[in-house]
Design a protein around this ligand. Structure first.
Ligand code: UDP
Length: 323
C-alpha cells in the first residue's frame, strides 16, 4: 500500500511513518515543518519507500498529486498544543479548517480512504461536573464561550469531524475519525505546552517543575506506540468506516502527582512551583478539570489495550531527553 501522512514530520506522524515502513509499506509525508521537524524523520530518509514533501497541505497542486498516487491517507496535519493555540489563533483556525477541507475534497476526488485525527478537546469541559463519567464518543460537547480562545481549537476540530461525516454520508467517502487523548512519547516537544516533556526536561536540568493552577486537574496519557498501533488497526478494519473512536488510556493522574512522579523517576531535586493559569497562558484561559476516555468502542472493535503504563511512558520520555 501507498500511504500519505499529512503532518508526517510531527511527533505522532513520524512514529506512524516508522511503523508502516517497518512493515514494508510505501510512505509519503507532507509537512510544512511548522511544528514538525526534519530531525523527527532523518532516520527514515535513506529508505527507498520513504518520500518527504516539505510543503503546506493548503497547496492544492502538490496535494492533488499526492492524493492521486496514494491509496489511503492519515490526516494528522493540524495546529496543536495549547500554548501554540493561545498564541496563534488565526493560524490555528486556518490550518485546521481550510487544511482539512482541502484534504477531504481531494481525497473525495480519488475516493481515497482517509483517517481524520481529531482530539479529546472536542468534548470541552464536559468532565468538570461532579457526576462526570469517562467520555464516550456519543457524549454531548460542552465548550466555553467564543471569547475564550482555547475553545477555537476544539471548535475547529469539531468542524473537521462534521466535514468528514458529511463527506461520508453524502459522497460515500470512506472516512474514520479518531479522537486522540493526551499522547506522549519520544520526539514530543514541550515547546507548545505539552506537560510531560515539559516536566521531564525541567526535572533533568534541575529547574522548577511548573504546575499550572493548583495541580488538582487530571489527565490520562497514552504512549505514542499504542496510539499508532490503534490507528493502523482501525485503518485496516472495514467496520471502522464512518465511525468516531476515542484513542486513549483510562488510567488517570492529577498534574500534581504527575510532577511528583517525574521528579522521583528523574532523581531530581527540582522544586515544584505552582503558577496561576493567567500567568502561564494569558488572560481568558479555561482548563478542563478532568479528561478521561471511555475506550469500550475501540476495545470491542479491534481488541485495543494500551500496553505501556504511566511509568513506562515517563521512562521513554526521560530516556529520549537523556540521549
Ligand atoms: N500543564 C502544567 N505545566 C506545564 C504544561 C501543562 O501544569 O508545563 C498542565 C495544563 O495546564 C493541563 C495539563 O497540564 O492542565 C495537561 O496539559 P497539556 O498542555 O499537556 O495538555 P491538555 O490536556 O491541556 O491539552
Amino acid at each position: 500500500m501507498k500511504y500519505l501522512i499529512t503532518g508526517g514530520a510531527g511527533f505522532i506522524g513520524s512514529h506512524l511513518a516508522e511503523m508502516l515502513l517497518a512493515r514494508g509499506e510505501e510512505v509519503y509525508i507532507i509537512d510544512d515543518l511548522s511544528t514538525g521537524t526534519l530531525k523527527n524523520v532523518e532516520h527514515l530518509q535513506d529508505r527507498e519507500a520513504f518520500h518527504l514533501v516539505v510543503d503546506s497541505i493548503l497547496h492544492e497542486t502538490v496535494m492533488n498529486e499526492l492524493l492521486s498516487k496514494c491509496d489511503a491517507v492519515y490526516h494528522l496535519a493540524a495546529a496543536v498544543g495549547v500554548k501554540l493555540i493561545m498564541n496563534r489563533p488565526v493560524e490555528t483556525l486556518e490550518t485546521n479548517v481550510k487544511g482539512t477541507e482541502t484534504v477531504l475534497r481531494l481525497a473525495n476526488r480519488y475516493k481515497r480512504k482517509i483517517m481524520i485525527a481529531s482530539t479529546s478537546e472536542v468534548y470541552g469541559k464536559l468532565m468538570n461536573g461532579e457526576n462526570a463519567r469517562p467520555l464516550s464518543e456519543d457524549a454531548d460537547s460542552l465548550m466555553g464561550t467564543s471569547t475564550k480562545r482555547r475553545w477555537a481549537y476544539a471548535c475547529s476540530k469539531a468542524l473537521d469531524e462534521f466535514m468528514a461525516l458529511a463527506y461520508y454520508e453524502e459522497k460515500k467517502l470512506p472516512i474514520i475519525i479518531v479522537r486522540l487523548f493526551n499522547t506522549v512519547g519520544p520526539r514530543q516537544t514541550g515547546q507548545y505546552g505539552m506537560v510531560i516533556p515539559n516536566f521531564v526536561q525541567k526535572a533533568l536540568i534541575g529547574k522548577p517543575i511548573t504546575v499550572y493552577g493548583d495541580g488538582s486537574q487530571s489527565r490520562s496519557f497514552t504512549h505514542v506506540t499504542d496510539v499508532v498501533d490503534a490507528l493502523d488497526k482501525l485503518m485496516g478494519n472495514p467496520k471502522a468506516v464512518g465511525q468516531i473512536f476515542n484513542v486513549g488510556n483510562s488510567e488517570e493522574v492529577t498534574i500534581r502527582d504527575l510532577a511528583l512522579l517525574v521528579r522521583e523517576m528523574t532523581n531530581s531535586s527540582s522544586e515544584i512551583e505552582y503558577i496561576p493559569y493567567e500567568r502561564a497562558y494569558g488572560p481568558g484561559f479555561e482548563d478542563m478539570q478532568r479528561r478521561c476516555p471511555n475506550i469500550n468502542k475501540i476495545r470491542t472493535l479491534i481488541g485495543y489495550h494500551p500496553r505501556i503504563d504511566l511509568r513506562g511512558i515517563i521512562k521513554s520520555v526521560i530516556d529520549y531527553y537523556k540521549t
